[in-house]
Design a protein around this ligand. Structure first.
Ligand SMILES: [Zn+2]
Length: 295
């Protein structure tokens, strides 16, 4: 197994360090951190898809203008999962499965670029996305991005077993046992993390359970506690379907990070520092220098 880290939707939001905690000046950086997992028997598995080719070429009205205005995506077709994979020598038809943490527009846009892949997600997420009941749901869920939804393969809540203190963790059908869906609802009704036992041990892609590393990784390398950036927190709050549940599940991830019994790399979708760190960490495990750098 080999894990590639891909940024499939780089953003340049105003606010600098208020959005990412590190950028000098007025403009911050955020990523759409997706994974491409080369498995031994089941082809390539994508975790989330970021923005797709069509989103990059003609963003309106595919994307919600309010969110895209705040986040300021770089609309660059070369940053889609499809083009990232081509540069890695992986054909789109090699992608047999896509595991979705949730269906927000900044995660689901590339679904339509891989029409032959089976899409795995929580049932609660599929239901909420299809119904689009609230104003927030109509902003975040964009049916034009999904392609054929008959290939969605959904998992009910409470279907799974235990994993490092988390319960109802889902083993995915026709996928290796090293890839698990970890329900972490709150940001959306069927939001989930994806745990992978890779060449360097377990990693947890926590998606939008948090937006900035300071929310769950308590100490900076020199030991000082850093407050999470207020701009990222404000956007996270605005997009939370159930803020109390989101906070509770974020606390569970914080406990996992702090636990000595579960040494693993935990990262989210939109933190640019985690993205660079994971790219380097994974490439070292593969004995290589990273091939995809932060845009
Ligand atoms: Zn997101």
């Amino acid at each position: 197994m080999r894990i590639h880290h891909l940024d499939c939707g780089p953003m340049r939001p105003p606010g600098g360090a208020l959005m990412d905690g590190v950028s000098p000046g007025l403009i911050g950086r955020l990523t759409c951190h997706c994974l491409a997992i080369e498995t031994d028997r089941d082809g390539v598995v994508l975790v989330d898809t970021g923005l797709g080719l069509r989103d990059m070429a003609r963003p309106w009205p595919r994307l919600p203008a309010l969110n895209a205005g705040v986040l300021r995506f770089r609309f660059d077709p070369d940053r889609t999962a499809l083009r990232h994979l081509k540069r890695l020598g992986i054909s789109p038809s090699d992608v047999r499965h896509i595991v979705m943490t949730h269906l927000d527009f900044d995660h689901a846009g590339g679904l339509i670029d891989f029409p032959h892949a089976r899409v795995h997600l929580m049932e609660a997420e599929a239901k909420a996305a299809r119904q689009r009941r609230t104003v927030l749901d109509r902003l975040r869920y964009r049916p034009a991005q999904w392609g054929d939804t008959s290939r969605w393969h959904t998992y009910p809540d409470r279907a799974g077993g235990r994993w490092f203190g988390f319960d109802a963790v889902v083993q995915l059908d026709n996928l290796p046992p090293e890839i698990l869906l970890v329900p972490l609802p709150g940001h959306t009704p069927g939001h989930a993390g994806v745990a992978i036992e890779g060449p360097r041990g377990w990693v947890l892609h926590a998606a939008d359970t948090y937006f900035n590393r300071a929310e769950v990784h308590d100490a900076a390398p020199h030991g000082a506690k850093k407050a999470p950036p207020v701009g990222a927190l404000a956007y996270e709050r605005m997009m939370a379907w159930n803020p109390a549940l989101a906070r509770a599940n974020q606390a569970r991830v914080r406990e996992l990070v702090a636990s000595r019994e579960a040494p693993m790399a935990v990262f989210c979708t939109h933190d640019p520092v985690e993205y660079v760190a994971m790219t380097i960490w994974s490439a070292r495990g593969a004995g290589q220098v990273g091939t995809e750098r932060a845009a």
